[in-house]
Write a protein that binds this ligand. Sequence first.
Ligand code: FAD
Length: 404
Amino acid sequence: MNIHNDQLFWPSTYTEDIQYPVLEENKTCDVLIIGGGMSGALCAYTLGKETDLDVILIDKGKPGYGSSSANSGFLQLSGDQMLHELIEQKGEQDAVYFYQLCQDALEDLKRIAKNVSEESDFSEKKSLYYASTPGEASTLIREYETLKRFDFPVEFFEPQEIASRFPFTKSAALVKNGDAELNPYRFVQTLLKDAEAAGVEIYEQTPLMRKTKNVHGFTCESENGTIQARHIIFATGYENDFLTQQLGATLNRTYSIVTEPLPSLMDQYKEWMIWESKRPYFYMRTTKDGRILAGGLDEEQAEASTKDGLINERVEQILQRVIELFPDGSPEISHSWSATFGESHDGLPYIGEHPNRLGEYYCLGFGKNGTVYNMLGATMIKDLITKGFHPASRLFTIARAARL
Ligand SMILES: Cc1cc2nc3c(=O)[nH]c(=O)nc-3n(C[C@H](O)[C@H](O)[C@H](O)COP(=O)(O)OP(=O)(O)OC[C@H]3O[C@@H](n4cnc5c(N)ncnc54)[C@H](O)[C@@H]3O)c2cc1C
């Protein structure tokens, strides 16, 4: 399945050609990570830096070139569901605990982004989450009160406060302090480099083709070599159709654009990231070199579109949304792409050990906040492997999926 159409922005910002070897022998390790995207890279970095375990990571293609290279780079506290909605669905204790875990994961990401060996365009930002229609203002007021009640960092903007900062106004907006952004492709490449320096072995063009369970763990076969591992972590993103179906997840496709730099205009708004409340949503941010990155218009199709006509139509629609908010810019498109986007059946990621296959772990950050979920998954799986326990396991267990 094509999970993106290859016309991406982030890989063009990082031209170093990093090559990892192809596996051509038999190896043994404590932990085998399958997948070298954001999720696998964060697992490799965390296990490599914080444990003495022997870790190997394999990717069937070029690490970092899956969904993580199409990612818009938002790091946010709030995911697909607002806290008050999640409280209705999961109860207050679990919903608030989930938000606290996301806040911790966001802080972990900030710490790592500041400590990695190369800059990844990381900056702390504020998110403006505006009501798309006047009718949605009351929902935002409810969310503001709920977030405040549990001490999450949020402000409420009336229309005049929005108008005083932006060339547009809306009936209401939440302002989330403490969010952040980065260049996801650069971040993944740096995490992998640092993980390798910490002792993790990395192989590219090395697909997992078959695995069998034995008394020592798993025998994992690729095209030219076999890895015997005590534990395996599936960090395979959206590409495993069978797994996606079993978990009851949905795959949609979405569209993104990046403009040519508009530094004088965007300099005024560079501390902001913008989202709307409507679904499918529209969002935008700036890049380090003063471009606008915007996206949305999700469609119920799993495979990324490769049809130029359709992509051009969607690109024009996203551009119009940008111009409606920022009419002074005359933006020109430099990059545009379509990509697959996965969502879980209940808005939470799938993280943890398979209920029937001990030693087999999943780090699948499905949802808008995939990177924060990937970080949460890396920390949780490290604890599950090293301590045999994490208090949040029951919230994210893949056993909650109906079809397992
Ligand atoms: C357009 C778009 C924008 C997004 N924006 C954001 C955002 O702003 N913030 C956010 O938090 N999230 C965002 N997301 C979600 C985010 O991209 C994903 O959650 C996350 O990057 C996925 O990382 P991953 O490692 O799970 O998957 P991937 O990056 O797809 O990595 C999976 C890797 O597994 C490898 N693999 C698969 N099968 C095998 C196999 N059998 N053997 C070996 N290797 C295998 C693949 O080659 C791939 O490299 C966005 C997603 C999209 C599509």
